[in-house]
Design a protein around this ligand. Sequence first.
Ligand code: ACM
Ligand code: ZN
Length: 532
Amino acid sequence: MNYKKVYSFLLCAAFCLSVCAEVNYQVIPLPQQVSFDKSGQYMILSKGMTVSYPAGNALMQRNAEFAAEYMGLTVKPKDKKQADVNLMLGLKSKNPDDYAISINKKGITIQGASESGVFYGIQTLRKSIMNETGEIRLPYAWVCGSPRFAYRGTELDCARHFFPVAFIKKFIDILALHGINRFHWHLTDDQGWRFEVKALPELAQKASVRPCTVIGKNLGLSDPDNTLYDDTPETGYYTQEEMRDIVAYAAERYITIVPEIDLPGHMIAALSVYPDLGCTGGPYKVWSIWGVADDVLCAGNPKTLEFLKTVYGELCDVFPSKLIHIGGDESPRVRWKSCPKCQAKMKELDLKNEAQLQTYINKEMEAFLAERGRQIIGWDETLEGGLSENAAVMSWRGYDGGKAAAKLHHQVVMTPHNNCYFDYYQLKNRDAQPLGIGGYLPLSKVYAMEPVPEELTKEEAKYIMGVQCNLWSEYVISPDHAEFMLLPRLAAMSEVQWLKPEEKDYEQFLQRLPALEQIYRRLGYKFCTSYE
Ligand code: ACM
Ligand code: ZN
């Protein structure tokens, strides 16, 4: 090579170093397999490339539109001429969420075991290229992904603080980016009722309004002397029309919304407008403090079940999810012990204790929802009086509830607070983050979580259908704050949800994280930039 050739070679190499990017497909959640073609060849992704889908399949068309939107492609239905990116069904796999991407001389093919699998393949490709600028080189390769759990959830509490519809959609986009497929929507609590019930309009109109909010670190009844309040009312509810729109928005992204109306506790907001549903008859006010209230729905009053069936009937009209969350957590039984109606009900049904009275309500709700083709899921307190026949359990106080339920052959979602409560602080230095509820859940601890307890047999372990993180919002007061609490811990959670224990590697995850953070920046997501 003469010096001119060497010079032009070096010039080309330098140019390429600055404007060419060769992607490696090592995204979050990590694909199960990334095998590069030995040829070392690559294709170049460029603007104006086409993406095709099987004509006549509306879901695949929507997938193609997502691919086009994410990667600057042009959509066209499949015809004789191969597109640059081809979306296909037919991947032979039992798991509908599985995908395979091949990049070779024919172009890119994203094949799914179902439409959802294709969607996850698109997400992986999108994340692979999204950071890059200039010429994007896609090395010929074979990339496959397969999630470990069918239920991959995130909960958002919209009762303690109301989050507007625009943010709920952004939140859904964030879940989709992380391969999460369940949005557990906490819609009601002591501090606000956010679900419009057309037959009971006062719930939305009045029970959604909290005149003021306790300020500072005080946790409700544990510090009854606190008298400092923010006097700006906290208000807001979702109309059924808005919720239907959100359900459809989520469904396009393969996310099922599991709605929760928490019963029989966490009901003070409802009691404030229907006081005769409480054991004492009230009066009650929408709570302005945090904590656990002694006042709950009266289990002996027949109007309570009437009320619940009206509410859950409309809930089923809005949300098509098979799983419906009935809450069941933190419901003290102290009022029931001294309530003549509750005690009479216990006598009538020959119940031994108040925990069984809670199970009586759960069974009634289970039967009501089963008629509509639904299945109940409740927090692990629902085990205390005996589970109703088909109830699933969400284990939050630790692993024990989930273990017990799996041994009884009930489905379980693991969400032990020590590993899964994203309202906990993520850094040791409390001054470096907004005021929080307490606790300490750093990124590394989320990543280390193992959802299936060792003590379970292989057969019992099959009942652990998934794992979920929760964002309670007592102290999470704005969309920006919510994003800061979610990210990047959601990235760690997504690998807990997608990867088998032997596929996880925290150090390697940390190396892949900056690329995802760059995507957060591009999409305008707030996130915690340091982690422990
Ligand atoms: C809960 O955190 N009370 C489920
Ligand atoms: Zn009662």
